[in-house]
Design a protein around this ligand. Structure first.
Ligand SMILES: [Zn+2]
Length: 699
């Protein structure tokens, strides 16, 4: 997406008509959302905006100057009014009187809450002094790729003055914080006519007397940088191509082979979710002569490497002579080496009060000729990390084309990564949900039990692939679940579980979407009813195909992935009371369900040594939302009991020992239990969820 825009100018989207009736805080919100809507202007969560506004003090009733500035942890593109913190400017200025110097700058963060205006609960960010002390009413701080490319060039000061003259100043690298705020103030006092400043290895500050002027200055300055690169950076990207690009289908095939193996190797501490990106910007980089040397330098903008780790891991793969077997065999050592290097970096740079070393695994994996794989604690983080590395690639492309690209000095990078303020932010994060980082595939995922199961697993933080043959229902289920839990967490695949090819390709799509698999819920089903003498061979085979063969095929594929990941695995079969208890007039169905249950036991035995658990949930008479309970089967059952179809639910309820109806959510709860670590020591089990039925008591 980014590369499509490469070279194109940013449009000025300011609409006077829209802005006319807005208050200053509303104009700030408007400008922020406009700026953040384009990733070339700033990366996700990166940068911040502010306005100094006169407001009525709620205590004294007097008009006071208030700083409205993006609060901690937000994103300017999606921020809403409550994402801004508000602080008294006079109190912020008074902080200068208690500042003890740069070595104590972190303690200033603790004073910011004392400056809060109007009890605003939004925490002020570390960047607040940067906005407070720029003596201008409206200030933008952005991380544009084109500006960071200048800021990360060896001669960035010289380039800045060459491109912008006196209009835009330059400040050497300084970690964002109180001291940098004072630097910015001093710069503005000494350069009253400057419209902004480039921060080395970091980004851009611009300002204006009105919200519109600030916005237009930001756009204009970034456009000038883009235009300059267009004329200056005319050589081949990254010094030219040294490796071929594989065809799209081959790239996907390689990624599907690598992802579960990498995932298994890096998920020991916490389960991780993967993301694959083979966009043009990535391909240009991973086929270039500069791949290894540039990747080794690490990223520059602090925002970039906080998300991507100090540097990526370049996977040993030769697209000219693809031998993925060799690559896979080398991965354990390559990943162990990365971890050892990371630990050495931690040891070299740590300070007396540094937090303990965090996960030493790489986030970004670059595969020559194939693309980029990222792994993080959830899908959104993996996707955003990939977006950040694309930003970093754009920066390296620009900087190395006109100068020499320089990463942030190692100690500076470490001090940001292990900043106590950053650690405090991490400590404040809510505890991960019980299935965070887990990946599940649910067959029959668009139906009653399947969708309820997906919903339950997603509630616990799992990523889910819905597999079904009903396209329309599948689309509706995916829309419903992604609206509830976010697009990152759900995918769908059209899968006929009786087709070997469809099962293999569906699981392949799941691998490409999330990088692995932890949980298979085999739930696709049907139900038929006929006296044995009326049971056609076709009807018999249909039951066997879906309920026995179908369960075999999806389990076999899941086992193959589990074995590659070497991280255990979890299979839950949705069987039926009828797999244990004989029922007249449904011999094909009952026999196939019995085969299914016995298959689960065999697989439990076979998978145990690899920590693969296989369990069964036996529902009975789940009528609501079920597709097998529509049409014929319902009528056949009603006819068999000589009653109206509307009376069936009551009939089943009265038939049960507990006199309760069984709903899809009840089955989903049992599946969640078996799929989670709560049942870590159970395998080969059957849980009946049937409101009590003596016939299906296991023995
Ligand atoms: Zn910044």
């Amino acid at each position: 997406m980014l590369d499509k825009h490469q070279g194109a100018r940013l449009a000025n989207l300011w609409d006077d008509g829209k802005a006319a009736g807005m208050t200053e805080p509303e104009k700030l919100l408007y400008r922020s959302n406009l700026l953040g809507s384009d990733k070339r202007i700033t990366n996700y969560g990166g940068g911040n905006t502010s306005a100094k506004v006169m407001e009525k003090d709620p205590l004294t009733g007097e008009m006071v100057e208030v700083l409205w500035v993006k609060g901690s942890g937000g994103d300017v593109g999606t921020i809403k009014m409550d994402g801004f913190s508000t602080l008294y400017m006079d109190k912020l200025r008074a902080l200068k009187g208690i500042y003890r110097g740069v070595e104590f700058e972190d303690e200033m963060v603790g004073y910011l809450p004392h400056c809060t205006f109007n009890l605003n609960p939004r925490a002020a960010s570390i960047d607040t002094p940067l906005h407070a002390y720029v003596p201008k009413p409206h200030v933008d701080h952005m991380h544009p790729d084109a500006i960071i490319a200048i800021a990360a060039s060896k001669n960035s000061r010289e380039l800045t003055s060459k491109i912008f003259g006196d209009e835009i100043g330059w400040l050497p690298w300084k970690r964002p914080g109180y001291e940098l705020g004072l630097w910015l103030e001093k710069f503005c006092q000494e350069n009253p006519d400057a419209r902004g400043v480039v921060l080395e290895s970091h980004g851009l500050f611009t300002w204006g007397d009105t919200a519109k002027e600030a916005y237009e200055t930001t756009i204009e300055i970034i456009n000038r940088a883009i235009a300059w690169f267009e004329t200056e950076n005319t050589g081949p990207a990254f010094g030219g191509r040294s490796k071929p690009v594989l065809a799209a289908a081959d790239r996907a095939a390689i990624a599907k082979k690598l992802m579960p193996v990498i995932r298994g190797l890096v998920s020991a501490g916490e389960s991780k979710v993967g993301h694959f990106d083979d966009s043009q910007a990535v391909l240009d980089f991973v086929t270039s002569t500069s791949l290894e040397p540039l990747a080794a330098l690490g990223t520059s903008c602090p925002d970039h490497f906080l998300r991507t780790k100090i540097r990526p891991l370049v996977v040993d793969f030769d697209p000219a002579q693809p031998d993925v077997g060799n690559t896979l065999a080398g991965l354990p050592e390559a990943i162990a080496t990365y971890r050892a290097d990371y630990a050495a970096y931690y040891e070299r740079c740590k300070r007396a009060d540094s937090p303990a070393m965090r996960d030493p695994n790489a986030v970004v994996y670059l595969v020559p000729g194939v693309g980029m794989i990222t792994f993080a604690k959830d899908k959104a983080t993996a996707r955003i990390s990939a977006e950040f590395y694309v930003n970093a690639i754009n920066v390296m492309r620009g900087a190395s084309g006109v100068s020499t690209y320089v990463g942030l000095p190692e100690q500076e990078a470490f001090d940001i990564e292990y900043w106590l303020l950053e650690e405090a932010k991490l400590q404040r994060m809510p505890k991960p949900k019980s299935l965070a980082g887990r990946i599940a595939l649910v067959t029959g995922g668009a139906g009653g039990i399947g969708k309820a199961t997906a919903n339950r697993l997603m509630q616990e933080g799992a990523c889910v692939v819905l597999a079904d043959i009903d396209e329309t229902a599948l689309e509706a289920a995916q829309t419903e679940l992604s609206t509830r839990y976010g697009k990152d967490f759900v995918r769908s695949v059209n899968m006929n579980v009786t087709s070997e090819a469809a099962v293999e390709s569906g699981f392949g799509d799941a691998l490409l979407a999330f990088g692995g698999l932890d949980i298979l819920v085999s739930n696709a089903g049907l139900a038929t009813s006929a006296a044995v003498e009326d049971t056609t061979l076709a009807l018999w085979n249909k039951n066997m195909d879906i309920l026995a063969t179908g369960y075999f095929l999806v389990s076999r594929e899941a086992f193959r992935i589990f074995r590659k990941q070497k991280a255990g695995g979890n299979v839950v079969f949705v069987a039926s009371k009828n797999g244990l208890a004989a029922s007249p007039g449904a011999s094909a169905y009952c026999t196939a369900k019995a085969a299914e249950i016995h298959l689960a036991r065999c697989l439990a035995l076979e998978g145990a040594s690899a920590q693969i658990r296989v369990n069964v949930v036996n529902p009975d008479a789940v009528l609501r939302g079920s597709k097998i309970w529509t049409g014929e089967w319902k009528e056949q059952r009603a006819a068999a009991y000589k009653m109206d179809v509307d009376e069936l639910e009551a009939h089943y309820r009265e038939r049960s020992m507990l006199k309760l109806s069984v709903f899809p959510e009840d089955i989903a709860e049992a599946i969640y239990f078996l799929a989670s670590d709560m049942s870590a020591k159970s395998t080969g089990n059957i849980v009946n969820v049937d409101a009590g039925n003596a016939q299906s008591f296991t023995r």
